[in-house]
Design a protein around this ligand. Structure first.
Ligand code: ADP
Ligand code: MG
Length: 271
């Protein structure tokens, strides 16, 4: 089924780092149709993993099952050693799984700072499985923590000098920065991005992916992206999905050289 197995790929990245995300036999059926068919993934701490594959391969379905938007028909999702298969999405977010671009909403009428603050607030002021110390903060200190986190994020995304402008007034690229900031505000360990460059031209796609690389360099990243050349440049490792199955996982070099991947996918789309 797969020319390069998952364990081999993980070793190639760095076998000493901790596994952040793992799936075992992840399967999703829509009626008779098998959208995901026994998917095994193992993503290490700090890894930049891209997921590629033709339209309809099951990439978005995979993300939906990982985030809890959809329940798998079979198989498990493990996050930082904990089986999260049956947890609802917000519980996963609290454990450090970051939402994707598509879930985060920019409020155009609010300022850049207000947008980031709202996103930071939802995490810092929550209770339960939030980072340990924050549970014991007084309301005032918690508010301070929100403001601190807001300033950190504004600096990280390079929008500190636009903080008081309305989000509506941002140019497209800066809006992308802000969207990334909303993801970052929750301080996620793992960020899932489903085609953040959908609808962009090639230059803007390049800029956006470089920005993702820059801003999220210290996170574990799972990215669905259709620009394969770009994926090969920025990723530590690549998983190729085809008809709901993992066709191969490995370093960009290994994926580019994989005969099966070439036949099924790369050969078909490169002009
Ligand atoms: P990709 O993101 O790789 O393009 P998707 O995960 O969106 O692929 O879709 C994989 C397959 O599953 C497609 O054939 C799609 O039509 C089907 N599919 C996705 N979501 C549903 C759903 N909610 N009900 C029925 N079929 C679905
Ligand atoms: Mg998709």
């Amino acid at each position: 089924m797969s020319a390069t197995d998952e364990s081999g790929a993980t070793d190639e990245f760095d076998s000493t780092t901790e596994s952040v995300l793992r799936t075992d036999g992840l399967t999703k059926q829509f009626g008779e149709f098998v959208a995901l068919d026994g998917v095994n993934l193992d993503v290490s701490e700090g890894e930049f993993r891209s997921v590629i594959g033709p339209n309809g391969a099951g990439k978005t379905t995979l993300f939906n099952v990982l985030t809890g938007a959809l329940a798998p028909t079979e198989g498990t999702v493990t996050f930082r050693g904990e089986d999260v298969t049956d947890l609802p999405p917000h519980q996963r977010v609290r454990r450090g799984m970051g939402r994707s671009f598509q879930i985060s909403t920019v409020f155009g009428g609010l300022t850049v700072r207000e947008n980031v603050r709202l996103a930071a607030q939802s995490v810092v002021q929550g209770r339960g499985e939030i980072p340990f110390v924050r549970q014991f903060l007084s309301p005032t200190d918690r508010f301070e923590a929100v403001l601190d986190r807001t300033d950190e994020v504004l600096a990280d995304i390079g929008l500190a000098d636009r903080a008081d402008d309305r989000a509506n007034a941002l140019a497209h690229g800066d809006r992308r920065r802000l969207e990334l900031g909303l993801v970052l505000a929750s301080d996620p360990d793992l960020v899932l991005l489903d085609e953040p460059t959908a609808g962009m031209g090639s230059e803007e796609t390049q800029r956006t992916i470089r920005l993702v690389e820059e801003v999220l360099s210290d996170r574990t990243l799972l990215l669905i992206e259709h620009d394969i050349d770009l994926v090969m440049n920025v990723s530590d490792s690549v998983t190729v999905l085809n008809r709901g199955q993992v066709l191969a996982t490995g370093s960009p070099e290994r994926i580019a050289a994989d005969d099966e991947v070439q036949r099924a996918y790369l050969g078909g789309v490169r002009e």
